[in-house]
Design a protein around this ligand. Sequence first.
Ligand SMILES: [Zn+2]
Length: 386
Amino acid sequence: MRLPSWEIGHALGIPIRVHASWFLVFLLVTWSLSTGYLPDNLPGLSPERYWAMGAVAAVLLFFSVLLHELGHSYVALHYRIPIEQITLFIFGGVAHMRREAPSPKAEFLIAVAGPIVSLAIGGTCFLFVIMAESLQQQQGLQGVIMLGALLGIVNVQLGLFNMIPGFPLDGGRVLRAGLWAWGKDFYRATKQAAVVGLTFGGILGFVGLVIAYRAASGDLPASMMSNGGWIVFIGMFLFAAAQASRRQAVVRQSLASIPIRNLMVTTVVSIPAQCTLDEAVNRYFQAYGYGGFPVLAEGRLVGLVTVSEVQAVAPSFWAWRRVDQVMRPVSESLMIAPEAPVIHAMERMARGGWDRLVVMQDGEVVGLVTQSAIVQVLRLRSSSGR
Ligand SMILES: [Zn+2]
């Protein structure tokens, strides 16, 4: 099931998106505050007042989660890791980083930044509550104190829960950074941290079930029932996320061990730079059926031309435009060495928006590696269970 999400603005240059599932949390939080927490702790107000306060609190919680993610993002950007977007969804937030941290130290600092922000917000809220309580005389401050205390508790919980050492939670990332620094193997560290994540997911699920069972059988107050259910839910989510991370690490590890040489095409046909697009289409694209060709001028690689560059020019101009006028000019990001692991080619393609790279050795074109060839290998590997 794929629910939609909406972009609501930017922070630190990163698009902020809200997933449809987040609105469920918003309603749930507003409802439980305005019908339970607020009337219990602050009796004597009108229902409208409770609902308004509940909604304000839910929005403030939203900003708490957002600031937590911006904490991770700020440090990640410091390490020049591009961040695609921050998504807020039913279980909190995720900052989507385009690549992995460059070192265990960077991984550690990025991971702890989120919980540090949450704990700092929590601390500030409690400080505010203490200060406001010393000014108790004024009426009307009671509601603000209530919200401040709530925000403080939630932020401290957010900080502490995320420090559970199960990958992919922040604490699990800290654990991975440690294992990575210790064993010098990123993928093995990821798999080990993910196993701890699976374990914690399982424990949370079990604890949640026990709470829900005891609430149902009367050993615990019936109101604990939903808490138990929620813990089971979070445990299942952590378990599934850890499982996915472990699988991904296994695939990436195998891609890190295969050299480009093993899956590159070696019968490379090149197009001369002076060729017109008409000739290129008739004598190369249609004749060979390939999606792209390296472009050579005086035996040297000068660029790469693919179907999309040709398509960008109207066919009536094909007789007058030359290949070197539309090609993507050669750059470091377009080339790769035959000994490089496949995972490097994937990263380079993702970064440059290429679907193929030219394999170069000693200044000569020795092959081409395409995205579809990599996808084939991935399929074969996953179907054989390796
Ligand atoms: Zn976090």
